[in-house]
Each structure stands twice: as C-alpha cells, then as structure tokens.
Design a protein around this ligand. Structure first.
Ligand code: NAP
Length: 264
C-alpha cells in the first residue's frame, strides 16, 4: 500500500492502520518539504518512509510497478494539486485502485465575512490598494504574489522559514506548527492589530481556530478556494479509507492464495 502523505489526513490514516494491525506493508511517501517530518508522523509506526518526488506521473507509475504496490491512497494536502494529478495518472497507467483521503473544505457560518477567491493573485487583489495589516496564514510556498503589494504590513506564519528570495519589506515572520488554539489566534490577531486574514481553504480542525478568531473579532477573511482536482474516488472519512485498505488486502490475499505480510 502506498500512502502519499504530507498532511494530517495521512497521519490519521496510518495511526488507524497501525491500531487495527492490518496485514499490509505500507510505504509512506513524503515530498520532503518540511525539515522535520518526524514532528508530524509517529515514526514508531511500522511503515517504510520514502522521501522525495518520483519525477512525475511516469516515475510514480514505475515505482508502483517495481514495488508491486497493490493500491494507493492520496492523503496529501488539498492544495497539493500536482501530486493529485500525478496520482490519478499513475493509477490509470498501472491499473491499481486509488482513493483520495482529504478533509472537507470549511464552510462559512453566521458571523463570517469571507471574500472567496480562486488563487493567490486574486487574494492580493482582494486585500485592496490601501495599506492594511494582513495575517498571511497560507504556508511558505505561495508568498511570492504578495511581493506585488508591498504597501501592506504582513504577519507571515509558516512551519519552516520562507525562501529568502521572497522579500516582503514590511513583514513579521513567525515559525509555528499547528494545531493552534482560539486563544493563541486571538492573541496573535490582537497583538499585531490584524485587519484581515488570508488563508487557504485547507479544512480540518488543526488550523480552524484562526477562522473562529477572525469571526470573533469581526475581521474579513480572504479565503482561497481549493485547486481543481482530478475525478477520483474520494472520502474525508478515515474509516472509509480503512475499508479501502482492507479490500485491497483481501484482493491481494485472494490473488496470492496466502496472507500478505505486515510491516517492512
Ligand atoms: P504539489 O505541488 O502537488 O507537488 C509537487 C511535486 O512534489 C510533485 O509533483 C511530486 O514530485 C512532489 N510530491 C508532492 N507530494 C509528494 C509526496 N507525498 N510524496 C512524494 N513526492 C511528492 O505539492 P505541494 O503543494 O508542493 O506539497 C508538497 C507536500 O507538502 C505534499 O506532501 C503536501 O501534502 C504537503 N503540504 C502541502 C500544502 C499546500 O498548501 N500545498 C500544505 C501542507 C502540506 P514528482 O512530480 O517529482 O513526483
């Protein structure tokens, strides 16, 4: 079983597979973007961890064939669009089943003031021309478009420090990894006198407190929508993903006529 990870969904799945002691060899595939993936994953879990890209869908398909992968779960972040496309194409090329596991997108509730945008360029435009104090909670990979709007004061929170080539002249950088509490987020917004939050619609609980904090303070939120994704079977439910794994195990055992070994 190949699990494409790099987000909390993969961690939840792998923990659940370990608890159920499923008879399957798991390889967890990480892009290697964050410096300390061990902080996200319980490395005591009996999985092989593979780090780095495959060189596109063809490379991923070659890996699947070479390792005799029987099924794949794409549990990457909802904004990892390239990997979602690669996974779909590699599954098509190899004929193995693919499931996408991703948390549901956040939806606005009463009291939210969301400005929905499609991408970071639209987010920059949505902030407006007049200088504002902006909390950029979008990760470190998509900060470059904000260099076109240097009139704003930015609070930039990322897990690892951003690329030094991205220079926002009027910015404070904070390195932190969620989950964040509502009190943390309220304190942050107040301390930096934030007027507007920019965030991706990542979904999930770990980073939702910033949305609640913005709501509590009556602040607008520029909400960047999820990128287009290939049409593959999808769930937000780890239990459904576990059933997918169980089915793949049964099919493999039926094919081999013997139980698959656990762990490697
Ligand atoms: P991306 O744009 O979809 O992928 C770019 C390339 O990175 C892929 O083509 C692939 O390289 C490699 N890659 C991505 N995920 C991989 C994985 N799980 N295992 C091996 N290679 C992988 O992805 P991204 O947005 O840069 O995200 C990279 C990683 O960070 C993902 O694991 C994602 O879950 C995580 N992450 C992303 C975000 C976000 O907002 N984008 C937020 C939190 C976490 P090859 O083509 O060479 O195979």
């Amino acid at each position: 079983m190949l699990v494409l990870g790099g987000a909390g969904d993969a961690r939840a799945l792998i923990n659940a597979m370990a608890i159920q002691a499923m008879p399957v060899r798991v390889t967890l595939s990480l892009a290697g973007r964050t410096r300390d993936p061990g902080a996200q994953y319980d490395m005591d879990i009996d999985v092989a961890v593979r780090t780095g890209g495959y060189g596109g869908a063809g490379g991923l398909a070659a890996f699947i064939r070479k390792q005799a992968v029987v099924a794949m779960i794409n549990a990457t972040h909802p904004f990892a669009a390239q990997m979602a496309n690669n996974a779909a194409e590699a599954a098509r090329l190899t004929g193995i089943p693919l499931l996408r596991l991703q948390r549901s997108a956040w939806l606005p509730v009463t009291g939210d003031h969301w400005i929905d945008v499609a991408d970071m360029r639209e987010a920059v435009a949505a902030i407006g021309a007049a200088p504002r104090r902006v909390f950029l909670a979008i990760g470190r990979q998509q900060l470059a478009p904000f260099m076109a709007a240097q009139q704003h004061h930015y609070l930039v929170r990322t897990i690892d420090p951003p690329d030094p080539a991205i220079s926002l002249s009027n910015a404070i950088y904070v390195a932190a990894r969620g989950p964040f509490s509502l009190n943390d987020e309220l304190g942050q917004l107040r301390e930096h006198q934030i007027e507007l939050l920019v965030t991706k619609n990542s979904g999930g609980a770990a980073t939702y407190a910033k949305i609640e904090a913005a709501r509590a303070l009556g602040l607008p939120v520029v909400m960047v929508g999820r990128p287009a994704a290939p049409a593959v079977t999808e769930t937000a439910d780890v239990a459904v993903a576990l059933r997918f794994v169980a089915t793949a195990c049964r099919l493999k055992q039926a094919h081999d006529g013997a139980p698959a070994e656990r762990g490697e």
